[in-house]
Design a protein around this ligand. Sequence first.
Ligand code: COI
Length: 363
Amino acid sequence: MTKQTISVQLSQTKKQKPDPNRLEFGRVFTDHMFVMDYSAENGWHDPRIVPYQPIEMDPAAMVYHYGQSVFEGLKAYVSDDGKVLLFRPEKNVERLNKSNDRLCIPRVDPDTVLDGLKQLLQIEKEWIPAAEGTSLYIRPFIISTEPYLGVAPSKTYKLLIILSPVGSYYKEGIQPVKIAVESEFVRAVTGGTGNAKTAGNYAASLKAQEVAESKGFSQVLWLDGVEKKYIEEVGSMNIFFKIDGEIVTPALNGSILEGITRNSVLYLLKQWGLPVTEKKISVDELIQAHKDGLLEEAFGTGTAAVISPVGELIWKDESLVINGGETGEIAKKLYDTITGIQKGALPDPFGWTVEVDTVTQSC
Ligand code: COI
């Protein structure tokens, strides 16, 4: 695939920017967006930056009926010296294409998408909030647009990238959350779409989330869809535990999302010389570890929250308070290190950050 030239149409009006100290997650959107279309005849074509606007679609568009869609999430930061930084964006495009494969959506050219994103950020630089704990959340997504009610892969698609200045994902921020172990509903099964970032997985998670929230929990801990015995994810994040000095996370098995933060956490822990293992972890062994006083920490990892400590787990009628309900040492160190690298406040020995050139605008 060859990189394509991106056309730019600037907005005539500018929206008022939100108060950076009162940002929520994903409620406000910037002035422009990136769009690209796919048709069987032309492949992915017409990459363009246009004013942020509603998209007009036929009511029969296949995404409305059969949910053939994929998405990504990443963030842009502005460093203290004014650099615009992305965190491992090539990993998101790589995962987007893996999700595309699973959902029968044609692959995108990574260079065109990354170029489109960088050009969009050049235009929207002023929207990147600088306050502690804030960033510009980037949401690339693809939807099937063919008006057809037969169950088949669509012949046309639209890729969009929208941007949203955000604060912390959970109202608790980096404070520990209370999680219910989910024993009725499942999020995904092996052979299903659990390892693809597709809308249906999130729709399938809502019922459990709603029930958990009504009982005062922030999220649920998902178990495997076959035996309901092995731990998979927490809410929309990957999960890590520290048990008797060893850090463990569920091994990827086809139904667990291959998180980019998960991957970065594994890398950092190994760099720090800490014992870390990817393996099957049963809820029974977790409860036993807690009874034995060996469950030292639990935390979720994801782009939106980065690191989210778990202070309490509820399983049936049992409550497992972890680390006295406080943020653990490892979770805190990981949060500070990852956000420090992301914001350019700490050195980046791994070459994870990508600077967006905001001096020479190509539009
Ligand atoms: C993330 O943790 O980045 C997620 O996937 C959450 C997102 C769906 C808002």
